[in-house]
Unconditional design. Structure first.
Length: 313
């Protein structure tokens, strides 16, 4: 469930646009007014506000906010104001440009989204950047990592609920053999992860645990970590339990010295309208502290206020 709260009915878009115009006029910006409006409007409403603002004031709202805000707040608002599909296309492009440090973002987009959602992101990517996501992922990677990431972003998985238990058992054995032999980049691993439906993969991972008395991620954790293995583990976690995966990202972001604002912002902004409530519950159970408390402790100022508003505080 979402954590985003917004008024029903919402004020007219023109009224919200006027409030934002007043917030950015004159000396200094009224960040609190910007947060009050934008952190409490859903994707459709934000789009309507942007359109109304441009019609009324003949300027682009996003560009105006970029020029008026700064730091972590500016980055968070920039990501938030976009339509979710276009936002993920932009996140993917930033990740491709950054390279190895951000390949996890590509995995999230490829493995958490439904087949239809992933297709929509790829279409938005192509429309915005005049290249395909597959093309950019391939050109920025090499070797086994390229094979895995391109397979994941190229996939259009079957989205039904049917499970082939015999296939799940046989492919669990294929995965186990590859892990035992430490051939993690085996073509069969990439084929299985890149083609099977999520329900079929979860059946395979369950068979793996039943037949070999350990989870597949624990089987992989015994190997020396490298970039390929890190991406492989993330893909499996995103497929088996996206909420647990995102809790892990938040935990790591908040526990790092100085805080990983990029990871923190990404999870809160992308999940606030989807399943952040479940992620919050997992976080609380796992860390014995509410996500709101952890965010309030590790952030400050208007950036903190914006994130807490999206979390539902």
């Amino acid at each position: 469930m979402a954590t985003l709260s917004f008024p029903t009915p919402a004020p007219p878009p023109s009224e919200d646009a006027e409030k934002l115009k007043k917030a950015v006029q004159g000396w200094g910006t009224n960040e609190k007014a910007v947060i009050t409006v934008l952190a409490h409007r859903n994707a459709t409403q934000r789009k309507q506000i942007s359109q109304a603002y441009e019609e009324l004031y003949k300027e682009d709202l996003l560009k105006r906010l970029e020029s008026e805000l700064s730091g972590d707040l500016e980055k968070a608002v920039y990501r938030w104001i976009f339509d979710p599909v276009e936002r993920e296309a932009i996140l993917a492009n930033v990740a491709v440009k950054k390279g190895s440090e951000d390949y996890q973002v590509i995995v999230e987009i490829a493995c958490v989204n439904s087949p239809a959602e992933l297709l929509a992101v790829k279409q938005a990517y192509q429309a915005r950047f005049k290249r395909s996501l597959e093309e950019d992922v391939a050109s920025s990677t090499s070797g086994d990592l390229r094979k895995l990431l391109v397979a994941l972003v190229s996939s259009y998985r079957y989205d039904g609920q049917e499970i082939n238990t015999k296939l799940a058992s046989s492919e669990a054995k294929i995965l186990h053999d590859a892990i035992v032999n430490k051939t993690f980049s085996h073509d069969e691993i990439i084929r299985i992860l890149g083609t099977r439906s999520k329900v079929q993969l979860n059946a395979t991972f369950n068979c793996y645990k039943d037949e070999f008395s350990t989870s597949i991620t624990k089987g992989l954790s015994g190997a020396a970590k490298n970039e390929f293995l890190s991406v492989l583990c993330s893909a499996i976690r995103c497929i088996t339990s996206p909420q647990k995966y995102f809790e892990r990202v938040l935990r790591n972001a908040l526990s790092k010295p100085g805080t990983d604002e990029d990871g923190l912002t990404r999870v809160i902004v992308t999940r606030a309208e989807k399943d952040l409530k479940e992620i919050k519950e997992i976080y609380h159970k796992r860390n014995n502290v509410a996500l709101e408390q952890a965010v309030a402790k590790e952030t400050s100022g208007d950036y903190k206020s914006f994130l807490l508003a999206l979390i539902g505080n």
